[in-house]
Design a binder for this molecule. Structure first.
Ligand code: FAD
Length: 508
């Protein structure tokens, strides 16, 4: 429901009035996100806070208002389905908190960093690395905010060993939907702490996170091993994630290449390697590569370790490609590749407005063969992929089930992500139709997947996503911390309600 602006505009507290921008032009960056797919009514205003206190004042005002209005924190707009929209309400432009300098403070003795929820991971790493420290677990793409990522989970190739980003969080400052500023941790206000992690922005705005760190390695040996046999590919991935530190790789991911898809990434491959791999790709309908990394301080130790590991793996002989890079370049590899790709795009490849109809599911290991046969060989059989298909396993015992974020109920599960890029509306609809087919296939086959970065629009689907126990707990937390369902309405979980009501309401 869109609350008419006239119902609250005259009563804005003086302290925050000058930070609300009602100018139509200022809305433009906040009505479309990275996905480019969802369209909603624009917000009524953009809020540019100078401090966490400003956010608290705005949320108190929204909560106390006779007509509570929706408020969404906008991290870096990395959502693909409008999750940071606030139709008719107020979008908090978290980037405004980055203007006055970096709110990042490293404790070398404590091995942690205190960061503002608005900070990008790239800035966090640049700062921690100055002290010889790094993140334990890391997303693939560093131009996402701390708050936006922790609201989802934060996964990447180090999750198998260290769990998602949310598992490295030691403490949070959160501003609830009532405008209260609460510090929480596993010991203090733990229901809010665990509720907010993976909580899709529903319980509060994260304004500070304390995140545990590790020593940074000097260099990284970065490898890609090619397979033409799916079972060998997954068997090797599963073997590698079963090894504990210091054995094995420090990072493991993987990709599926469909329908003779060529590699084209001069930031990693030499021309010669590109030609060799693409000759192999021409012979096989599907190919896979395991991406691994070993973090090291001594090159000779890395040589020995990698040599020992490669002997135990079954990739296509001669198709192990590696290079040594510094730690930050490794962690920032996706951005480096994206920047290179954009600068070299021409004609049909380039799109001024791109759409990203992404699908991202977590699948129990016992059903990964079914995904291969039904999805890679079936639904996507004739798809010319525009984008990448990520495919790699992780260990459930590295996740913390008390958090709101959910994962499949099996010891090992895979992330399967189709990260499509479409240049026209017709194209994104065609990719999205295939995404829907994938979900229908999983449902039909009884595959108990979980969507990472979920997007649902009915209560039944949200209940099924969380499972009954977690859903009930989530609803209770929502009633406690955001009873008027003001926060992050773009997630489409709870509705904004009239001030007379006392409980949040869910979609019918
Ligand atoms: C190119 C790209 C690569 C990605 N790679 C990965 C990856 O490797 N691993 C991974 O796990 N995810 C990845 N993602 C997904 C990403 O984690 C989510 O899209 C995340 O929400 C984006 O963060 P953001 O800062 O842009 O958030 P936004 O899209 O701005 O917001 C997302 C949600 O979080 C809420 N929110 C934002 N800030 C806060 C805050 N401070 N407190 C509370 N709620 C808040 C918003 O209201 C919204 O509901 C990727 C996304 C993109 C676009």
């Amino acid at each position: 429901m869109v609350i008419p602006i006239s119902q609250w505009i005259d009563n804005i507290p003086r302290g925050i009035a000058s930070k609300l921008n009602f100018d139509g032009d200022s809305m433009a960056p906040f009505v479309t996100d990275y996905g480019g797919i969802n369209r909603a009514a624009p917000p009524t205003a953009i809020f540019c806070p100078s401090s966490a206190e400003d956010i608290a004042a705005l949320l108190r005002f929204a909560y106390d208002s006779d007509s509570p209005f929706p408020v969404a924190a906008w991290g870096n707009g990395g959502s693909t389905r409008g999750q940071a929209f606030a139709p008719g309400g107020v979008v908090i432009n978290m980037a405004a908190l980055r203007v006055g300098g970096r709110r990042i403070s490293v404790s070398v003795d404590g091995m942690y960093v205190d960061v503002g929820g608005e900070q990008l991971w790239i800035s966090v790493l640049e700062e921690t690395l100055r002290h010889g420290l790094s993140l334990r677990s890391c997303v693939d793409y560093l131009y996402l905010t701390v708050g936006g990522t922790l609201s989802n989970g934060g996964i990447g190739g180090m999750v198998f060993r260290h769990g998602p980003h949310v598992c490295s969080v030691l403490e949070l400052d959160v501003i609830t939907g009532k405008g209260e500023m609460i510090t929480c941790s596993p010991e203090l206000n733990s229901d809010l702490f665990y509720g907010v992690l993976g909580g899709l922005g529903q319980l509060g705005v994260i304004t500070r996170a304390r995140i545990g760190l590790r020593s940074a390695p000097a260099r990284v040996r970065w490898l890609r091993l090619f397979y033409t046999d799916f079972d060998s590919f997954t068997r090797d991935q599963e073997f590698l994630i079963s090894l504990s530190h210091p054995d094995g790789f420090d990072y493991i991911e993987g990709q599926a290449l469909l329908n003779h898809q060529k590699v084209d990434d001069p930031t990693f491959y030499s021309n010669e390697d590109t030609e060799r791999i693409n000759r192999l790709a021409a012979e096989f309908d599907r190919m896979y590569f395991l991406e691994g990394a070993v973090f090291f301080d001594s090159a000779s130790e890395a040589d020995q370790k990698v040599e020992g590991l490669l002997k135990q793996l079954s990739f296509n002989p001669g198709f192990a490609i590696s290079k040594d890079v510094n730690h930050l370049d490794f962690l920032n590899r996706v951005h480096i590749e994206m920047t290179h790709r954009q600068s070299s795009m021409t004609g049909d490849d380039s799109c001024t407005t791109c759409f990203h109809p992404w699908i991202h599911i977590l699948v129990p290991m016992s059903r990964i063969r079914d995904i291969h046969d039904g999805v890679l060989k079936g639904i996507l059989q004739n798809t010319i992929p525009k984008g990448v298909i990520l495919f790699y396993p992780m260990n459930k015992n590295r996740w913390n089930d008390i958090m709101t974020g959910v994962a499949p109920d099996e010891e090992v599960f895979y992330t399967v992500e189709s990260l499509w890029t479409a240049s026209t509306e017709e194209e994104w609809k065609s990719f999205d139709a295939r995404n829907n087919e994938i979900i229908e296939f999983c449902d039909r086959q009884g595959i108990k997947f979980k969507k990472y970065w979920p997007h649902y629009t009915t209560q039944a689907d949200w209940e099924r996503h969380f499972g009954l126990t977690k859903w009930k707990k989530f609803v209770q937390l929502k009633q406690r911390y955001d009873p008027k369902a003001v926060l992050s309405p773009g997630q489409q979980i709870f509705k904004v309600i009239e001030h007379q009501a006392t409980h949040v309401s869910m979609h019918a």
